[in-house]
Unconditional design. Structure first.
Length: 359
């Protein structure tokens, strides 16, 4: 018996979606890609466990909207990653989902054609194709976990995961993180509250049971073991930075009080750069200075970077999408490739003689 007057009254349609197994069958994990993911996760665990002295840096576009330009960026980043691999472990930022406070483009998976057609089935498959291409280059990928179902489609190609400032307090994302196969960075709240992220790390380290889907797309009770590789990401809040020495010290004390490893990543973007992309290298330089002066809690950094600096709006007229500037962000503004190279080379040079002594 149907009850249209009380059931799904605000749902317009249920469109079919391929199962994770079906997407995996079309785009199977290759041996090269699997090795990249395993090696990437192992390197990150080593850095968090302090058996690998390197600093890890998650760097890349604010969001992926053009896979061709994204792969172009990835090839450049792979060459740079190899060059600085003795000091920095580079993870490419590959963000397909964008949380929105009100409205706006929700990302490549949700609307891959950027025309409000919302072909999530197409977006998910194209996102997996892109991640495969990145992994086959030998470059580890990091992303933000937003949709709790997406990891079943893409999780085998991810080496590092972020939980964003808007979702760190979400029970759903804490439970999800407890079952992820990657290290997970929890960002402080949008208001700058570090306690929210500390609580999230503790929660994600525990076992959980929650409703999800399995590889066949069937509803399942997901039972997790807990993820012991949660760590804190400082991104500023309420328009103010929190990467200074005092803020880092206070954050470290909060982690230690909770019985957690004192592992801190600084997101050089967002409030830490006052949303001014050209200040990101200055934030990274400050992180390097703190490490050179003896800080042992800073183990990573994040940069929003693209081929071309700045950002551009998505045109309302679909016919004008072809006029978008190649390699330029359509979400938050980024630093250019040339600025990225310079910042990472300088960081590696200044840390090369310091990091081995921190193990």
């Amino acid at each position: 018996m149907t009850t249209p007057d009380i059931d799904n009254i605000n749902v317009a349609a249920f469109d079919p979606m391929p199962t994770p197994d079906e997407i995996h069958a079309r785009l199977p994990l290759t041996a090269v890609a699997a090795r990249t993911v395993r090696d990437g996760r192992a390197a990150l665990r080593g850095i968090l466990d302090r058996t690998d002295h390197r600093l890890f840096v998650v760097v890349g576009p604010c969001s992926i909207h053009d896979p061709v330009a994204g792969l172009d960026y990835a090839r450049r980043l792979k060459a740079l990653a190899d060059e600085v691999s003795d000091t920095l472990f580079i993870v490419m930022r590959v963000y397909f989902e964008k949380p929105r406070t009100t409205t706006g483009w929700k990302g490549f998976i949700n609307d891959p054609h950027m025309d409000d057609s919302f072909r999530i089935d197409v977006g998910m498959e194209r996102a997996r194709r892109f991640l495969l291409d990145i992994a086959e280059l030998g470059l580890a990928a990091g992303t933000e976990a937003l949709d709790p179902i997406a990891p079943q489609y893409l999780g085998d190609l991810i080496s590092w995961t972020a939980i964003g400032a808007r979702t760190t307090e979400s029970q759903t994302h804490r439970e999800l993180s407890s079952g992820l196969s990657t290290p997970v960075g929890f960002k402080n709240g949008t208001n700058g509250d570090v306690g929210i992220a500390v609580n999230a790390i503790v929660s994600a380290s525990r076992q959980h049971s929650f409703l999800g889907i399995n590889e066949c797309g069937r509803s399942a009770v997901v039972r997790t073991r807990g993820n012991r590789y949660g760590h804190l990401v400082l991104r500023g809040g309420d328009g103010r930075p929190n990467y200074d020495t005092v803020s880092v010290q206070i954050a470290g004390e909060a982690l230690a009080k909770a019985g957690l490893p004192v592992n801190i990543v600084v997101d050089c973007s967002h409030a830490n750069s006052y949303k001014k992309p050209d200040q990101q290298p200055l934030v990274l330089e400050n992180v390097v200075n703190q490490i050179r002066l003896g800080n042992r809690s800073l183990i990573g950094a994040m940069l929003e970077s693209n081929i071309v600096a700045g950002n551009q709006p998505i045109p309302d007229d679909v016919a004008k999408l072809a006029d978008l500037t190649y390699g330029c962000s359509v979400t938050d503004a980024c630093i250019s490739w040339e600025t990225t190279e310079k910042a990472l080379r300088e960081a590696a040079a200044r840390l090369r003689d310091v990091l081995p002594g921190r193990q």
